[in-house]
Design a protein around this ligand. Structure first.
Ligand code: MG
Length: 306
């Protein structure tokens, strides 16, 4: 099942995308009281109810809809994996301004992003050049945990995944470097991480280690890889992340980006207002976002609502 959210006649509804979700795909519009993707990832009975509602629901096509963020209820920060494709690890060698490890890590590298980063599959990516001059892109496969677990064995790890999405871990490289060698600050700027376009449940993904991931900036392809090139598999990531640390239904985990990021290019490529981004994982759909000037450096008492 592919379950997302969309505006229908001005009101948010859950939708179930039929087929593989490509252009022109048929979509069932669920009643307003039907389970949301946030419900579905946490509760197997909600999953069954959404399937039943979809069978009886009116249909349209995906192109007719304004897609919204599929997930809005977060238990905590988005859990992220760094340097998970060796080609990306190597391309950035000597370009990390003092953050270079001496050798390849033997465990996955983890960090987090604040949940206020999350925007929908068609939303504007906030951009303020007064905050950072090095806005970068990172196409990634994301997963959602559906069953709680601590110290999950690798061979059981995929049983804990309820679904997969596409993400772009937009990063501010100068903020990554400026605050004590951490990553949090350069990964947590409001309204900068597209996630979606919907949750594809794990039963609709044949082999998560054989998916194609790609990224286009203004029509030029800058990243393309297969998830089989990951340094640490999805199962290894879950096993290591959950060691002594309970993962909960609804937790979102990003699995790292392949080579081709802007910071490692020669010449470097950084995002600017007006840029058009397409982030795609075949079978999971695509994110189409644009970069939009948004004042982020002025004092504000409210979050940005996508
Ligand atoms: Mg990343």
């Amino acid at each position: 099942m592919r379950i997302g959210r969309a505006l229908v006649d001005g009101a948010p509804h859950s939708i179930v995308v039929l087929g593989d979700g490509g252009d022109g795909a048929e979509v069932a519009i669920l009643p307003q009281d039907s389970p949301t993707p946030d419900d579905v990832v946490r509760d197997p009975t909600a999953r069954q109810a959404a399937r039943r509602d979809a069978d009886r629901a009116p249909r349209t096509t995906v192109d007719e809809l304004t897609l919204l963020r599929p997930l809005t209820r977060f238990n905590r920060d988005i859990l992220c994996t760094g340097w998970n494709y060796w080609d990306h690890f190597e391309e950035s060698h000597g370009k990390r301004e003092g953050q270079d490890p001496k050798e390849r890590p033997i465990h996955p590298t983890f960090f987090t992003k604040g949940p206020l980063t999350v925007i929908g599959p068609r939303d504007a990516i906030a951009f303020d050049p007064a905050l950072s001059s090095t806005w970068d892109y990172e196409a990634e496969l994301a997963l959602v945990i559906g069953r709680p677990g601590r110290s999950i064995p690798e061979e059981r790890a995929l049983d804990h995944v309820v679904g997969y999405l596409v993400a772009n871990d937009v990063s501010q490289r100068d903020l990554q470097r400026a605050h004590g060698g951490q990553w949090l600050k350069g990964k947590s700027i409001d309204a900068t991480m597209p996630l979606g376009p919907w949750v594809t449940t794990a039963d609709d993904v044949d082999d998560v280690q054989d998916l194609q991931i790609s990224f286009e900036l203004n029509g030029h392809e800058l990243q393309r890889a297969r998830t089989g090139q990951m340094a640490f598999t999805v199962a290894q990531i879950i096993a290591e992340l959950s060691a002594g640390m309970t993962l909960l239904p609804g937790d979102v985990v990003l699995t790292g980006t392949p080579s081709g990021i802007g910071n490692a290019r020669d010449p470097q490529v950084f995002l600017a207002a007006g840029d058009e981004l397409v982030t795609r994982v075949d079978g999971l759909g695509e994110l189409r976002n644009h970069v939009q000037y948004t004042e982020l450096t002025a004092y504000s008492t409210g979050a940005i609502t996508p």
